[in-house]
Structures are given as C-alpha cells and as structure tokens.
Design a protein around this ligand. Structure first.
Ligand SMILES: Cc1cc2nc3c(=O)[nH]c(=O)nc-3n(C[C@H](O)[C@H](O)[C@H](O)COP(=O)(O)OP(=O)(O)OC[C@H]3O[C@@H](n4cnc5c(N)ncnc54)[C@H](O)[C@@H]3O)c2cc1C
Length: 233
C-alpha cells in the first residue's frame, strides 16, 4: 500500500510504501505492477532508496510520455494498493562489510539505489570514505539535496559533488558540466582516495558516458558496477 507521496524535485516523487517485504540490501529494486480496470497490466522496476530495515521509499521520475511513472505523480494517492515483488537484484549492491573507498555516480533518478547505500553507510560505516557525484540538469533537480548537504556537513568521510548540466553551480567544489573523463579524474584526485567499489546508475546514455569516462580516467573496468534505467540508447 502507498503510505505517502511527496515531490522531492519538480520531476521526482518520493513514494513511501507500507509493505511486508524481506529486508533488502542497498541497491536492490522492486518490480511494481499496475493493473487497469480492463485487466491491462504494466510492470516496471524501481530501486529502493531507503536504508535496509527502514520503510521502503521509491524515487520515481516522471516521464511525460511514460506508461507507469506518471501514475505516481498524477493519480496515485496515500492508501492506494499497488502490487510489488521483491526485493530483487544481486549484482548492483553494496554492504558496509564490502568496504571502500566507495565512489557512487548518479544521473537523475539514478540516485535512488545510491541513496540507499549512502543512508546505509551513514548508519554503519563511519570511517569509510564515500563520495557521491550526482548529475542533474539544475540545482533544484538534485533529489535529496538537503539531506546530502546535511550529511556532508556532519560527517567527515562523506563527500557530495553536484554536476549541473543546464544551470549555475552553487558551491565551489561542484561542476557545471557533463561528467567526462577529465572531470571524473579531477574529482577522484581531489577526493584523494582510489575507489575500491564504483557504482554508477542512471539512464542508458548517462551510464555509458560515465563508464567510458571512468575507464579513460584509468579505473579498472572490473571495479565498476552499473544499473541502467532505460531511455536513449
Ligand atoms: C533495475 C531498475 C531500477 C529502476 N529504478 C528506477 C527508479 O528508482 N526511479 C525511476 O524513476 N526509474 C527507475 N527505473 C526505470 C523504470 O523502471 C521505468 O523504466 C521508468 O519509470 C519509465 O517507465 P514509464 O512506464 O513511465 O515509461 P515507458 O512507457 O516505459 O517509456 C516512455 C518513454 O521514455 C523512455 N524512457 C524509459 N526509461 C527512461 C529513462 N530512465 N530515462 C529517459 N527515458 C526513458 C522510453 O524509451 C520511452 O520512449 C528502473 C529501471 C530498472 C531496470
């Protein structure tokens, strides 16, 4: 059942579910199935953004011509029943005991599974260096921005970098550009840690570009895990 829906950016809604599911691992997703009155069904995957053990939160980006995502923005209400299956996925995951340093790179709603990892890290792995690089079109389109700024201010191991592609940056360490090899390399050098785990999530095009950039920045492909949400090939 949907417990609460609230906008977190102009295009991304937070959907809190009340569901009796097995405890998830950070990075896993749910399959959501909607059924119309005429029996037509549509199924899509949504990553779990909450830390393991917390109420399940999804971060759903609205695609105007989409079949399922507009439902969460325009129709769904608290109290509605939806069908979910999961948690699913065993590759794109990170647990505190996997260690670090950890580099997380998110494009748009690709922040969802990485938020689960950041929230998990915040509760369990205080000494591990973790950097989250989030790409969004504008500063206002950065999901969970205030939570991330608060975490950076209060925890020395955590670095948060915004890469803004269509607007000005607000802080000295942020980037006003797409994440190419030079930008990624510079961010890693400035961070001062060689990542042991790299997790990249977003649209197909975003994940392609970032993984190519990371390879050009001489990170071994074997340490990079990716989750692709679809969209432009
Ligand atoms: C493992 C996994 C986890 C996912 N987690 C999330 C999540 O946490 N939050 C989230 O918002 N989405 C997530 N997605 C994407 C989600 O499953 C849907 O694909 C997305 O919501 C679009 O569905 P739709 O029915 O609205 O659009 P559709 O009707 O499927 O597609 C409409 C149009 O949008 C294009 N499109 C589809 N996906 C994207 C995209 N990601 N970016 C740009 N264009 C696209 C299609 O090519 C099509 O032209 C995840 C996908 C996977 C595989």
């Amino acid at each position: 059942m949907i417990e609460r829906i609230a906008p977190v950016t102009p295009r991304i809604a937070s959907v809190i579910l009340k569901a009796d599911l097995a405890r998830h691992v950070s990075g896993q997703h749910l399959d959501v199935r909607l059924t119309a009155p005429d029996g037509y069904t549509a199924q899509r995957s949504y990553s779990i953004a909450s830390a393991p053990g917390e109420p399940v939160e999804l971060l759903v980006e609205k695609l105007d011509d989409g079949e399922v995502s507009p439902y969460f923005h325009d129709i769904a209400q608290a109290g509605d029943a939806i069908e979910v299956r999961g948690p699913l996925g065993g590759h794109f995951i990170w647990r505190a005991e996997d260690g670090g340093p950890v580099l997380l790179v998110a494009g748009g709603s690709g922040i969802a599974p990485l938020m689960a990892m950041v929230r998990d890290w915040a509760r369990t792995a205080v000494d591990l260096p973790l950097m989250l690089v989030c790409s969004a079109r504008t500063w206002d389109e950065l999901a969970c921005r205030d939570e991330l700024l608060g975490l950076e201010a209060s925890r020395t191991g955590f670095r948060f970098v915004a890469a803004i592609t269509r607007g000005p940056v607000q802080r000295a360490g942020d980037r006003a550009q797409r994440l190419d090899a030079a930008a990624l390399k510079e961010l890693i050098v400035r961070w001062g840690h060689l990542p042991r785990h790299v997790l990249v999530c977003g649209s197909n095009r975003f994940v392609e570009g970032v993984t190519r950039g990371l390879a050009d920045a001489t990170l071994a492909a074997g340490m990079i895990r990716t989750e692709r949400y679809g969209g432009a090939e």
